[in-house]
Design a protein around this ligand. Structure first.
Ligand code: NAD
Length: 289
Protein backbone atom coordinates (compact mmCIF):
# COMPACT_ATOMS: atom_id res chain seq x y z
CA UNK A 1 0.00 0.00 0.00
CA UNK A 2 2.85 2.42 0.79
CA UNK A 3 3.68 2.44 -2.93
CA UNK A 4 0.27 3.99 -3.57
CA UNK A 5 0.45 6.78 -0.99
CA UNK A 6 1.93 10.09 -2.13
CA UNK A 7 1.28 13.81 -1.80
CA UNK A 8 -1.95 13.54 -3.79
CA UNK A 9 -3.55 10.70 -1.84
CA UNK A 10 -7.15 11.46 -0.88
CA UNK A 11 -8.28 10.57 2.64
CA UNK A 12 -11.57 8.93 3.58
CA UNK A 13 -12.42 8.21 7.22
CA UNK A 14 -14.51 5.97 9.38
CA UNK A 15 -15.67 7.72 12.54
CA UNK A 16 -17.17 5.55 15.26
CA UNK A 17 -16.48 3.94 18.62
CA UNK A 18 -15.55 1.12 19.06
CA UNK A 19 -14.39 0.64 15.49
CA UNK A 20 -10.97 -1.03 15.33
CA UNK A 21 -12.60 -4.43 14.58
CA UNK A 22 -14.25 -3.08 11.40
CA UNK A 23 -13.68 -4.78 8.05
CA UNK A 24 -14.36 -1.53 6.16
CA UNK A 25 -10.72 -0.30 5.99
CA UNK A 26 -9.59 -3.65 4.51
CA UNK A 27 -12.53 -3.65 2.10
CA UNK A 28 -12.04 -0.09 0.78
CA UNK A 29 -8.22 -0.04 0.71
CA UNK A 30 -8.11 -3.30 -1.27
CA UNK A 31 -10.72 -1.95 -3.67
CA UNK A 32 -8.71 1.29 -4.15
CA UNK A 33 -5.57 -0.76 -4.81
CA UNK A 34 -7.33 -3.08 -7.25
CA UNK A 35 -8.66 -0.12 -9.28
CA UNK A 36 -5.45 1.92 -8.94
CA UNK A 37 -7.26 4.78 -7.18
CA UNK A 38 -5.17 7.18 -5.13
CA UNK A 39 -7.31 7.08 -1.97
CA UNK A 40 -6.73 5.77 1.52
CA UNK A 41 -9.40 4.78 4.07
CA UNK A 42 -8.61 5.02 7.80
CA UNK A 43 -10.59 4.26 10.96
CA UNK A 44 -10.74 6.83 13.76
CA UNK A 45 -12.06 6.36 17.29
CA UNK A 46 -14.69 9.10 17.45
CA UNK A 47 -17.19 9.36 20.30
CA UNK A 48 -20.11 11.81 20.34
CA UNK A 49 -18.07 14.47 22.17
CA UNK A 50 -15.31 14.45 19.53
CA UNK A 51 -17.75 14.36 16.60
CA UNK A 52 -18.08 18.14 15.87
CA UNK A 53 -14.28 18.54 15.61
CA UNK A 54 -13.96 15.33 13.58
CA UNK A 55 -16.65 16.42 11.10
CA UNK A 56 -15.07 19.84 10.76
CA UNK A 57 -11.74 18.12 10.03
CA UNK A 58 -13.34 16.65 6.88
CA UNK A 59 -13.63 20.23 5.59
CA UNK A 60 -10.33 21.47 7.04
CA UNK A 61 -8.25 18.58 5.67
CA UNK A 62 -10.23 18.44 2.41
CA UNK A 63 -11.04 14.77 2.96
CA UNK A 64 -13.35 13.29 0.31
CA UNK A 65 -15.67 12.03 3.03
CA UNK A 66 -16.21 9.49 5.75
CA UNK A 67 -18.30 6.64 6.99
CA UNK A 68 -19.90 7.09 10.38
CA UNK A 69 -21.20 4.34 12.59
CA UNK A 70 -22.48 3.99 16.14
CA UNK A 71 -22.71 6.08 18.26
CA UNK A 72 -22.65 8.82 15.62
CA UNK A 73 -25.22 7.89 12.98
CA UNK A 74 -27.94 10.24 14.30
CA UNK A 75 -25.77 12.78 16.13
CA UNK A 76 -23.93 13.68 12.93
CA UNK A 77 -27.04 15.02 11.18
CA UNK A 78 -27.03 18.62 12.55
CA UNK A 79 -23.31 18.88 11.69
CA UNK A 80 -23.87 18.35 7.95
CA UNK A 81 -24.92 20.80 5.23
CA UNK A 82 -27.32 18.59 3.28
CA UNK A 83 -29.06 15.22 3.55
CA UNK A 84 -30.01 12.73 0.88
CA UNK A 85 -33.84 12.20 1.00
CA UNK A 86 -33.51 8.58 2.22
CA UNK A 87 -31.12 9.64 5.01
CA UNK A 88 -33.59 12.36 5.98
CA UNK A 89 -36.47 9.88 6.17
CA UNK A 90 -34.43 7.26 8.02
CA UNK A 91 -32.96 9.85 10.40
CA UNK A 92 -29.47 8.35 10.19
CA UNK A 93 -26.31 8.80 8.13
CA UNK A 94 -23.55 6.26 7.48
CA UNK A 95 -21.75 8.02 4.61
CA UNK A 96 -20.60 11.62 4.22
CA UNK A 97 -19.46 13.09 0.91
CA UNK A 98 -17.45 16.33 0.85
CA UNK A 99 -18.00 18.41 -2.29
CA UNK A 100 -15.73 21.44 -1.96
CA UNK A 101 -16.56 21.93 1.70
CA UNK A 102 -20.27 21.06 1.40
CA UNK A 103 -20.97 17.90 3.40
CA UNK A 104 -23.89 15.70 2.32
CA UNK A 105 -25.12 12.77 4.41
CA UNK A 106 -26.31 9.51 2.88
CA UNK A 107 -27.35 6.16 4.24
CA UNK A 108 -26.32 3.10 2.28
CA UNK A 109 -27.57 0.28 4.55
CA UNK A 110 -30.97 0.22 2.84
CA UNK A 111 -29.62 0.54 -0.70
CA UNK A 112 -27.04 -2.13 0.21
CA UNK A 113 -29.85 -4.50 1.22
CA UNK A 114 -31.81 -3.87 -1.99
CA UNK A 115 -28.66 -4.24 -4.14
CA UNK A 116 -27.74 -7.53 -2.40
CA UNK A 117 -31.08 -8.94 -3.60
CA UNK A 118 -30.57 -7.54 -7.11
CA UNK A 119 -27.14 -9.19 -7.21
CA UNK A 120 -28.97 -12.51 -6.79
CA UNK A 121 -31.44 -11.59 -9.57
CA UNK A 122 -34.25 -11.42 -7.03
CA UNK A 123 -37.04 -8.88 -7.33
CA UNK A 124 -39.18 -7.80 -4.39
CA UNK A 125 -40.60 -4.65 -6.04
CA UNK A 126 -44.42 -4.77 -6.03
CA UNK A 127 -44.34 -7.61 -3.49
CA UNK A 128 -44.92 -8.00 0.25
CA UNK A 129 -42.17 -8.19 2.88
CA UNK A 130 -42.33 -9.24 6.51
CA UNK A 131 -39.57 -7.56 8.50
CA UNK A 132 -38.54 -8.30 12.08
CA UNK A 133 -36.89 -5.33 13.80
CA UNK A 134 -37.15 -1.56 13.49
CA UNK A 135 -33.81 -0.40 14.87
CA UNK A 136 -31.06 1.13 12.74
CA UNK A 137 -30.86 -1.65 10.15
CA UNK A 138 -34.60 -2.35 10.14
CA UNK A 139 -35.45 1.32 9.60
CA UNK A 140 -33.01 1.62 6.68
CA UNK A 141 -34.31 -1.58 5.06
CA UNK A 142 -38.00 -0.68 5.48
CA UNK A 143 -37.65 2.89 4.21
CA UNK A 144 -35.49 1.97 1.20
CA UNK A 145 -37.73 -0.96 0.27
CA UNK A 146 -40.77 1.34 0.46
CA UNK A 147 -39.04 4.06 -1.60
CA UNK A 148 -38.00 1.47 -4.22
CA UNK A 149 -41.58 0.19 -4.64
CA UNK A 150 -42.13 -2.77 -2.32
CA UNK A 151 -45.94 -2.89 -2.07
CA UNK A 152 -46.49 -3.89 1.52
CA UNK A 153 -44.30 -4.23 4.63
CA UNK A 154 -45.43 -5.91 7.84
CA UNK A 155 -43.04 -4.80 10.57
CA UNK A 156 -42.78 -6.92 13.71
CA UNK A 157 -41.11 -5.57 16.84
CA UNK A 158 -40.98 -6.39 20.52
CA UNK A 159 -42.70 -3.88 22.82
CA UNK A 160 -39.27 -2.62 23.89
CA UNK A 161 -37.50 0.74 23.59
CA UNK A 162 -37.59 0.49 19.77
CA UNK A 163 -41.42 0.16 19.60
CA UNK A 164 -41.95 3.94 19.31
CA UNK A 165 -39.41 4.07 16.47
CA UNK A 166 -41.27 1.24 14.75
CA UNK A 167 -44.50 3.27 15.03
CA UNK A 168 -42.78 6.33 13.57
CA UNK A 169 -41.39 4.24 10.68
CA UNK A 170 -44.82 2.87 9.80
CA UNK A 171 -46.44 6.33 9.89
CA UNK A 172 -43.67 7.83 7.79
CA UNK A 173 -43.73 5.10 5.15
CA UNK A 174 -47.53 5.34 4.83
CA UNK A 175 -47.37 9.12 4.59
CA UNK A 176 -44.42 9.52 2.22
CA UNK A 177 -44.46 6.45 -0.05
CA UNK A 178 -46.99 4.30 -1.92
CA UNK A 179 -46.10 1.31 0.26
CA UNK A 180 -48.59 0.10 2.88
CA UNK A 181 -46.79 -0.49 6.19
CA UNK A 182 -48.29 -2.07 9.30
CA UNK A 183 -46.87 -2.61 12.80
CA UNK A 184 -47.26 -5.91 14.66
CA UNK A 185 -46.27 -7.26 18.07
CA UNK A 186 -43.57 -9.89 17.61
CA UNK A 187 -45.00 -11.87 20.54
CA UNK A 188 -48.23 -12.52 18.56
CA UNK A 189 -46.95 -15.74 16.96
CA UNK A 190 -50.11 -16.53 14.99
CA UNK A 191 -50.10 -13.08 13.38
CA UNK A 192 -46.35 -13.44 12.70
CA UNK A 193 -46.84 -16.81 10.99
CA UNK A 194 -49.74 -15.49 8.89
CA UNK A 195 -47.87 -12.40 7.65
CA UNK A 196 -44.80 -14.46 6.69
CA UNK A 197 -47.04 -16.91 4.83
CA UNK A 198 -48.34 -13.97 2.69
CA UNK A 199 -44.87 -12.56 1.93
CA UNK A 200 -42.32 -13.07 -0.83
CA UNK A 201 -39.54 -12.24 1.63
CA UNK A 202 -38.94 -12.56 5.36
CA UNK A 203 -36.08 -10.41 6.67
CA UNK A 204 -34.73 -10.47 10.22
CA UNK A 205 -32.92 -7.25 11.21
CA UNK A 206 -32.91 -7.85 14.98
CA UNK A 207 -29.46 -9.37 15.46
CA UNK A 208 -31.05 -12.43 17.15
CA UNK A 209 -28.82 -15.21 15.82
CA UNK A 210 -25.64 -13.18 16.27
CA UNK A 211 -23.27 -13.89 19.16
CA UNK A 212 -24.16 -14.19 22.06
CA UNK A 213 -27.64 -15.14 20.74
CA UNK A 214 -26.31 -17.53 18.08
CA UNK A 215 -28.53 -20.42 19.23
CA UNK A 216 -31.72 -18.39 18.86
CA UNK A 217 -34.10 -17.55 16.03
CA UNK A 218 -37.43 -15.71 16.05
CA UNK A 219 -38.86 -18.33 13.66
CA UNK A 220 -38.26 -21.86 14.92
CA UNK A 221 -40.84 -23.76 12.88
CA UNK A 222 -39.81 -24.57 9.26
CA UNK A 223 -43.48 -24.89 8.25
CA UNK A 224 -43.76 -21.08 8.52
CA UNK A 225 -41.66 -20.82 5.32
CA UNK A 226 -42.35 -21.76 1.68
CA UNK A 227 -39.61 -23.07 -0.63
CA UNK A 228 -40.33 -20.30 -3.17
CA UNK A 229 -39.73 -17.41 -0.76
CA UNK A 230 -36.62 -15.45 0.28
CA UNK A 231 -35.26 -15.59 3.84
CA UNK A 232 -32.70 -12.89 4.64
CA UNK A 233 -30.82 -12.47 7.92
CA UNK A 234 -28.84 -9.22 8.35
CA UNK A 235 -26.41 -11.08 10.64
CA UNK A 236 -23.15 -12.24 9.01
CA UNK A 237 -21.31 -13.70 12.02
CA UNK A 238 -21.91 -16.60 12.17
CA UNK A 239 -22.20 -17.11 8.40
CA UNK A 240 -25.06 -19.57 8.87
CA UNK A 241 -27.49 -18.42 11.54
CA UNK A 242 -30.13 -20.51 13.26
CA UNK A 243 -32.80 -18.75 11.17
CA UNK A 244 -30.98 -19.75 7.97
CA UNK A 245 -30.81 -23.37 9.18
CA UNK A 246 -34.58 -23.40 9.81
CA UNK A 247 -35.21 -21.89 6.37
CA UNK A 248 -32.97 -24.49 4.72
CA UNK A 249 -34.88 -27.25 6.57
CA UNK A 250 -38.03 -25.82 4.98
CA UNK A 251 -36.42 -26.16 1.54
CA UNK A 252 -36.25 -22.38 1.02
CA UNK A 253 -34.19 -21.78 -2.13
CA UNK A 254 -33.06 -18.23 -1.47
CA UNK A 255 -31.48 -18.00 1.99
CA UNK A 256 -28.99 -15.21 2.75
CA UNK A 257 -26.88 -13.86 5.58
CA UNK A 258 -25.95 -10.16 5.86
CA UNK A 259 -22.65 -10.43 4.00
CA UNK A 260 -24.06 -9.26 0.66
CA UNK A 261 -25.73 -6.31 2.36
CA UNK A 262 -22.51 -5.40 4.18
CA UNK A 263 -20.44 -5.52 0.98
CA UNK A 264 -23.04 -3.59 -1.02
CA UNK A 265 -23.46 -0.83 1.60
CA UNK A 266 -19.70 -0.37 1.27
CA UNK A 267 -19.88 -0.48 -2.51
CA UNK A 268 -22.58 2.23 -2.54
CA UNK A 269 -20.40 4.48 -0.38
CA UNK A 270 -17.35 3.71 -2.56
CA UNK A 271 -19.33 4.82 -5.63
CA UNK A 272 -20.43 8.05 -3.91
CA UNK A 273 -16.80 8.98 -3.10
CA UNK A 274 -15.00 7.79 -6.23
CA UNK A 275 -17.65 7.50 -8.94
CA UNK A 276 -16.32 3.98 -9.57
CA UNK A 277 -17.93 0.58 -9.03
CA UNK A 278 -16.30 -1.39 -6.23
CA UNK A 279 -15.03 -4.80 -7.48
CA UNK A 280 -17.47 -6.55 -5.14
CA UNK A 281 -16.72 -10.14 -6.15
CA UNK A 282 -12.97 -9.60 -5.81
CA UNK A 283 -13.44 -8.07 -2.34
CA UNK A 284 -15.82 -10.85 -1.33
CA UNK A 285 -13.29 -13.51 -2.28
CA UNK A 286 -10.45 -11.62 -0.62
CA UNK A 287 -12.26 -11.19 2.69
CA UNK A 288 -14.36 -14.30 2.97
CA UNK A 289 -12.98 -17.22 0.95
P1 NAD B 1 -30.61 -1.81 16.85
O1 NAD B 1 -30.22 -1.98 18.27
O2 NAD B 1 -30.79 -0.46 16.31
O3 NAD B 1 -32.03 -2.60 16.64
C1 NAD B 1 -32.23 -3.90 17.13
C2 NAD B 1 -33.63 -4.39 16.76
O4 NAD B 1 -33.77 -5.74 17.19
C3 NAD B 1 -34.77 -3.64 17.44
O5 NAD B 1 -35.88 -3.60 16.57
C4 NAD B 1 -35.08 -4.50 18.67
O6 NAD B 1 -36.44 -4.34 19.10
C5 NAD B 1 -34.86 -5.89 18.08
N1 NAD B 1 -34.49 -6.90 19.08
C6 NAD B 1 -33.36 -6.94 19.82
N2 NAD B 1 -33.36 -8.05 20.58
C7 NAD B 1 -34.47 -8.74 20.29
C8 NAD B 1 -35.03 -9.97 20.74
N3 NAD B 1 -34.41 -10.73 21.65
N4 NAD B 1 -36.21 -10.38 20.20
C9 NAD B 1 -36.85 -9.62 19.28
N5 NAD B 1 -36.37 -8.45 18.82
C10 NAD B 1 -35.20 -8.02 19.32
O7 NAD B 1 -29.55 -2.65 16.02
P2 NAD B 1 -29.19 -2.50 14.44
O8 NAD B 1 -28.10 -1.50 14.30
O9 NAD B 1 -30.46 -2.29 13.69
O10 NAD B 1 -28.56 -3.92 14.11
C11 NAD B 1 -29.37 -5.07 14.09
C12 NAD B 1 -28.65 -6.22 13.41
O11 NAD B 1 -28.42 -5.91 12.04
C13 NAD B 1 -27.26 -6.55 13.99
O12 NAD B 1 -27.11 -7.93 14.01
C14 NAD B 1 -26.30 -5.95 13.00
O13 NAD B 1 -25.07 -6.66 12.97
C15 NAD B 1 -27.06 -6.15 11.71
N6 NAD B 1 -26.65 -5.21 10.66
C16 NAD B 1 -26.15 -5.74 9.52
C17 NAD B 1 -25.78 -4.90 8.48
C18 NAD B 1 -25.23 -5.49 7.22
O14 NAD B 1 -24.68 -4.75 6.41
N7 NAD B 1 -25.40 -6.77 7.00
C19 NAD B 1 -25.89 -3.51 8.62
C20 NAD B 1 -26.41 -2.99 9.83
C21 NAD B 1 -26.80 -3.87 10.84
Amino acid sequence: MTERIDGHTILIGLMAYPIRHSMSPTMHNNAFAKLGLNYVYLAFDVTNDKLPDAINAIRTLDMRGSNVSMPNKQKVIPLLDKLDPAAEMIGAVNTIVNDNGVLTGYTTDGTGFMQALKDENLNIIGEKMTLAGAGGAGTAIAVQAALDGVKEISIFNAKDSIWENAKRNVEMINEKTDCKATLHDIDDKEDFRKEIADSIIYCDSTGVGMKPLEDLTLVEDPTWFRPDMIVFDTVYAPRTTKLMTVAKQAGVKHVFNGLGMMLEQGAQAFKLWTGEDMPVEYIHDLLFS
